[in-house]
Write a protein that binds this ligand. Structure first.
Ligand code: DGP
Ligand code: NA
Ligand code: NA
Length: 209
């Protein structure tokens, strides 16, 4: 039912995809678009490298430190957990969060290394479930061609091929898949439409309930 102060919960919209699939620029454009329409919206990203856990993750990704695969898995998860209460506060206040990577990255990247699927999922249980996941679907080969990789630990074609296979196993009913091999502008139009439709459908649902 609609709350007394007439406020409705914001939507948690997560973007997933391989490195260089275009998530970061699509998220940025989407947030500007939604802001322009008067929505209360914020852009978030994981890993959030600004926290102390995030700095450990960043050092690992840039090959400045070495960590056991299980250890880094738990740090990525801890980085989501340390933002959970703020995430809940924002959503309850009616702010929609557009999030560049979330638990699906956690599971896809670590299972691609060979870690156990159930073990990888366990620390994600209890985090806020996304309302909508937009998967930017690009072939690993096409992603690698896009201005090359930035040199971080996971940005290698062979590994991204494995990540792509593991992402496919994670698809559930909250996913919308967008062909990210299309020109950026076409991707942008489709992303905007999918997310806006979702937000409108949620608002209608709340008003009618
Ligand atoms: P980004 O800042 O979005 O480019 O992400 C940095 C890299 O870390 C990228 O290769 C994806 C990977 N990554 C993101 N989240 C996780 C996670 O939870 N676990 C693991 N193992 N890797 C992740
Ligand atoms: Na990256
Ligand atoms: Na990115």
């Amino acid at each position: 039912p609609l709350s007394a102060n007439n406020e409705s919960r914001g939507a948690l919209v997560v973007f997933e995809g391989l490195d260089r699939s275009g998530k970061t620029s699509q998220c940025g454009r989407l947030v500007s678009y939604l802001e322009g329409l008067g929505h209360s919206v914020e852009l978030w990203r994981f890993p959030d490298r600004t926290t102390s856990v995030g700095q450990m993750i960043s050092a690992y990704l840039t090959n400045k430190s070495q960590l056991d695969d299980h250890t880094i898995h738990l740090l990525f998860s801890a980085n989501r957990w340390e933002k959970r209460s703020m995430m809940e506060t924002k959503l309850k206040a009616g702010t929609t969060l557009i999030v560049d990577r979330y638990s699906y990255s956690g599971v896809a990247f670590s299972t691609a290394k060979g870690l156990d699927f159930e073990w990888c999922k366990a620390p994600e249980i209890g985090l806020i479930a996304p309302d909508l996941v937009v998967y930017l679907d690009i072939t690993p080969e096409k992603a690698a061609e896009r201005g090359g990789y930035g040199g971080e630990r996971y940005e290698q074609l062979e590994f991204q091929r494995k990540v792509a296979q593991h992402y496919k196993l994670l698809k559930d009913s909250s996913w919308k898949i967008v062909d990210a091999c299309q020109p950026l502008y076409d991707v942008e139009i489709q992303v905007k439409e999918i997310v806006l439709q979702h937000i409108i459908a949620c608002q209608k649902g709340k008003i009618l309930s």
